[in-house]
Design a protein around this ligand. Structure first.
Ligand SMILES: *Cc1c(COP(=O)(O)O)cnc(C)c1O
Length: 409
C-alpha cells in the first residue's frame, strides 16, 4: 500500500468531508477516538449556548422552556436509532457502570430461582467490578462466574440468571455474534446484558432484531459526547415492568409531587435516578446529530478499508516484524480498532504521541489504534504508520522517560 493508493482511496471516500466538522489540531493524527471522541464544532457551540443562554439567561425556567427535563429521553431516542431499538426503550443517563448495576439488579429479579451471573474473563473490568459489588451487596447469595470466552456458551445452564458480555472487546476488538449468543442464552432461560461501549457508532447493532434483553453503552467514545459524557441504557419493552434498585426521584412517576413513597414511572424513564448533568448531556445531544446524515454500515466499511493500510504495511515492512496483530481488527468479526502486540508497546505509544500520533497502550503489551472513519483518512493512517516505523527503527521507545507509566494510560 503506497501513498498514491491512499490518496485515491480518500478521493473516493464519501465520508471524507465529515472531518471538517471536528476541531482537531492540524499536526495531530488522532487514533484514540475509541477512548475519547474528539470535539465537534457543533458541540462547542451547543455547550456555549447551554451555558450562556439556557443556564445564564433562562435559569431554572430552562427545565421547561428548553426542555431539559426530557433531555434523557430525547438523547436516548437519537441513540436508539443507531442501535436498532424502536422508540421508548433507550434512556441517556449516568455512566456505563451505574447503568449496568441498574439493569443487572433488575434482570436478577426476573430470574429469582437462579443464582449465577455469568461473564467472560476478558470483559471490561468495570463490568466485572460492578457485578462483584452487587453480588456482595446481596450477601453473596449470587455467584459471579467468570470464564474464558470460549467457554461461555457451554456454561449456560438453568442456574444462570444473567449473562453479561461486552459485544466488542476493548483489547482485542473481537466481536461476539449477538444474535447467536442471545438465541443460545434464551434457549437456556438466561437473560443477556450487552455492553455496547465499543460497538455504538462503530458497527451496526440491531438490538430489537436480536431479541436483546438489556444493553448499556458509552457516550464519550465513538459518539463524541465529550469527556465523561453520559451513558445510555436499553431495556426491551417486554422487560420494562421490572424494578431497578437506584430508585431516585427522576425515575418516579410524578417527581414534583414530592410524595414519600417511590412509585416508578412507566416505561424506560424508571431507569433514571438523579438529576442529569445537563451541560454534558447537551454536548452529547449535539454530537448525535451527525448520525442523521450517515449510515453505520458505511462507517464500518471505511474502518475496514483504513485497517487494510495497516495490515498491508505490517506484512511488507521489516520495521514492523516484531509487531503482531492481536484480534480480528475491523471487519465482520471485529470493531473499529486494530490492536498489535509488541514487547515495547508502552514506549512506542509514548514516542508516537510526542510525534503527534495519538494512539493508546493497553497492558501488558498492546498498541491500540482506533480507526474512527468520521475524521480519519487513509493518508492519516499511512502517515501514522510512517511515524511508527521511525520510532521503531530509531528505538526512540527506549528513552528512559518512557520507563515509568502515568496513572492514566
Ligand atoms: C469505556 C467503557 C466503559 C466505561 O464505563 P463508565 O462507567 O462510563 O466509565 C464501560 N464498559 C466498557 C466495555 C467500556 O469500554
Amino acid at each position: 500500500m503506497n501513498l498514491e493508493t491512499c490518496i485515491k482511496l480518500d478521493r473516493r471516500d464519501e465520508l471524507a468531508d465529515l472531518k471538517n466538522r471536528f476541531i482537531i489540531p492540524e499536526d495531530v493524527i488522532y487514533l484514540d477516538g475509541n477512548s475519547l471522541g474528539p470535539l465537534l464544532a457543533i458541540v462547542k457551540e451547543r455547550v456555549n449556548d447551554t451555558v450562556n443562554r439556557e443556564w445564564g439567561t433562562d435559569l431554572i425556567t430552562s427545565w421547561n422552556k428548553n426542555d431539559w427535563i426530557n433531555l434523557p429521553v430525547t438523547v436516548g431516542e437519537k441513540i436508539a436509532k443507531l442501535i436498532g431499538a424502536a422508540p421508548g426503550q433507550v434512556l441517556c443517563a449516568d455512566s456505563v457502570s451505574v447503568n449496568l448495576f441498574k439493569v443487572l439488579a433488575a434482570a436478577l429479579t426476573l430470574r429469582p430461582e437462579r443464582n449465577v451471573v455469568l461473564s467472560s474473563d476478558d470483559n471490561f473490568p468495570t463490568d466485572l467490578y460492578m457485578a462483584q459489588g452487587l453480588t456482595k451487596l446481596r450477601g453473596n447469595d449470587y455467584e459471579l462466574r467468570v470464564v474464558d470466552p470460549e467457554e461461555v456458551l457451554a456454561q449456560l445452564s438453568d442456574s444462570v440468571a444473567v449473562l453479561m458480555l461486552t459485544e466488542v472487546n476493548f483489547k482485542s476488538g473481537k466481536r461476539w455474534d449477538m444474535k447467536a449468543v442471545n438465541t443460545a442464552a434464551h434457549a437456556a432461560g438466561v437473560l443477556v446484558i450487552w455492553d455496547l461501549s465499543h460497538s455504538i457508532g462503530a458497527v451496526p447493532v440491531e438490538l430489537d432484531h436480536c431479541m436483546t434483553d438489556f444493553a448499556v453503552g458509552c457516550g464519550y467514545k465513538y459518539l463524541n459526547g465529550g469527556p465523561g459524557a453520559p451513558a445510555f441504557v436499553y431495556v426491551a419493552e417486554r422487560h420494562q415492568d421490572v424494578q431497578q434498585p437506584l430508585s431516585g426521584w427522576m425515575g418516579h412517576v410524578r417527581p414534583f409531587d414530592f410524595r414519600q413513597d417511590y412509585e416508578p414511572a412507566d416505561g424506560i424513564r424508571r431507569f433514571s435516578s438523579g438529576t442529569p448533568g445537563i451541560i454534558g448531556m447537551s454536548a452529547l445531544d449535539a454530537a448525535m446529530n451527525i448520525w442523521e446524515e450517515i449510515d453505520v454500515v458505511s462507517v464500518q466499511q471505511k474502518s475496514e478499508s483504513l485497517a487494510t493500510v495497516i495490515r498491508e504495511r505490517l506484512r511488507h515492512e521489516a520495521a514492523f516484524s516484531n509487531l503482531e496483530l492481536f484480534g480480528p481488527g475491523p471487519g465482520p468479526e471485529g470493531g473499529s480498532q486494530i490492536s498489535m502486540r509488541h514487547p515495547n508497546a508502552y514506549g512506542i505509544v509514548q514516542a508516537m504521541i510526542e510525534r503527534g500520533v495519538i494512539g493508546d497502550f493497553r497492558a501488558p503489551n498492546i498498541v491500540r489504534f482506533g480507526l474512527c472513519p468520521l475524521f480519519l483518512s487513509h493518508v492519516d493512517v499511512y502517515n501514522a504508520m510512517n511515524r511508527m516505523a521511525e520510532v521503531i527503527k530509531s528505538k526512540a521507545y527506549e528513552d528512559p522517560r518512557f520507563s515509568s507509566r502515568a496513572f492514566v494510560t
